[in-house]
Write a protein that binds this ligand. Structure first.
Ligand code: SAM
Length: 303
């Protein structure tokens, strides 16, 4: 279904299902004992959402070699990427808190369980922002497992196209203290002007010493929905009504690193293949049909 300015979802539908998809990837890579990340909350959360295809992937019940020969390497590459992507943002938060930041904001938190699994310094407050149904589901599900946050976790249940800064400040965010911001897997689901507004708002709420991490997807410029539809046909083949191309806003948009640099942030970026190398992993073969191409992982600081 096409996107609309006021659309909403839960974790089993529309953009919400993409949070379940990436959590399924985290569940798989967390099974590797020598792996880069360990997210023990991913599998139970995915199971609780109940999308059969993602549950089977998360639980290792679906052998990727059973997928069609074009989809199998693509799904594997996406799973592999979840290890390096998750590690990138985990390391980002570790560096920010080691530098003294004691408030973190996870924008579009989805099924991200960092507030439950990272070793936050005492006194850290972690804010999670996502749509109300998403926030409510994760909180209820993790409460049900007896999981305890490792920081003070505060939730902000609101659409990021609405006035979230007011609600975030009401929840206690102190704009005079530095904040570590994270927007992981979010920007492609925002229209370009909403992305700019997001970073304007982040900048307005950021004291010196604040940090930010996100991604840039250059391939959105030449994104071909039909090609992307063919590349994600595996969902339909497995009975999942998830039309990824229709969820993504493509076309020209600002590079978030360049945009924030214009606001005075010192920004840095690392391309996906380089990130694999950084973490001692073999990057998947470049896939000309991958609709998102070579994602660039970006982080920066406001001095
Ligand atoms: N950051 C999480 C992660 O990496 O596991 C979730 C990423 S998931 C691919 C995309 C997330 O963006 C979903 O949780 C979705 O609800 C959230 N999202 C997208 N657009 C949003 C909006 N306008 N308001 C609130 N949340 C939004």
């Amino acid at each position: 279904m096409a996107r609309a300015d006021d659309d909403s979802w839960d974790l089993a539908s529309s953009v919400g299902a993409t949070a379940t998809m990436v959590a399924a990837g985290r569940a798989v890579v967390s099974r590797d004992p020598g792996g880069l990340i360990n997210d023990p909350f991913a599998a139970p959360l995915v199971r609780a959402v109940g999308i059969d295809f993602f549950t089977k992937i998360a639980d290792g019940e679906l052998d990727l070699s059973d997928l069609d020969p074009e989809s199998a390497p693509r799904v594997q590459a996406n799973i592999d990427e979840m290890a390096v992507r998750t590690k990138f943002f985990d390391d980002y938060f570790e560096t920010a808190t080691a530098g003294g930041v004691r408030q973190a904001v996870i924008l579009a938190s989805g099924l991200d369980a960092r507030a439950y699994r990272l070793a936050w310094p005492a006194g850290t407050v972690v804010y999670e922002i996502d749509q109300p149904d998403v926030i409510e589901f994760k909180t209820r599900t993790l409460d049900g497992t007896g999981a305890e946050p490792t920081a003070e976790r505060r939730t902000v249940a609101i659409d990021l196209r609405h006035d979230w800064p007011t609600v975030l400040r009401d929840a206690g965010l102190d704009p005079k203290a530095p904040t570590a911001w994270c927007a992981e897997g979010l920007l492609i689901y925002l229209p370009p002007p909403a992305q700019d507004l997001l970073f304007d708002r982040i900048h307005a709420l950021s004291a010196p010493g604040s940090t930010v991490a996100t991604e840039y997807v250059p391939a959105l410029r030449d994104f071909d929905p039909d090609k992307a539809r063919a590349a994600t046909a595996v969902f339909q083949q497995h009975g999942l009504d998830l039309d990824m191309p229709s969820l993504i806003y493509h076309g020209e948009r600002h590079h978030p690193g360049e945009y924030l640099a214009r606001h005075g942030w010192r920004m840095d970026g690392v391309a996906r293949s380089e990130l694999f190398r950084r973490y001692g992993r073999t990057a998947p073969e470049p896939d000309p049909d991958n609709p998102l191409g070579e994602i660039v992982y970006i982080s920066g600081r406001l001095d």
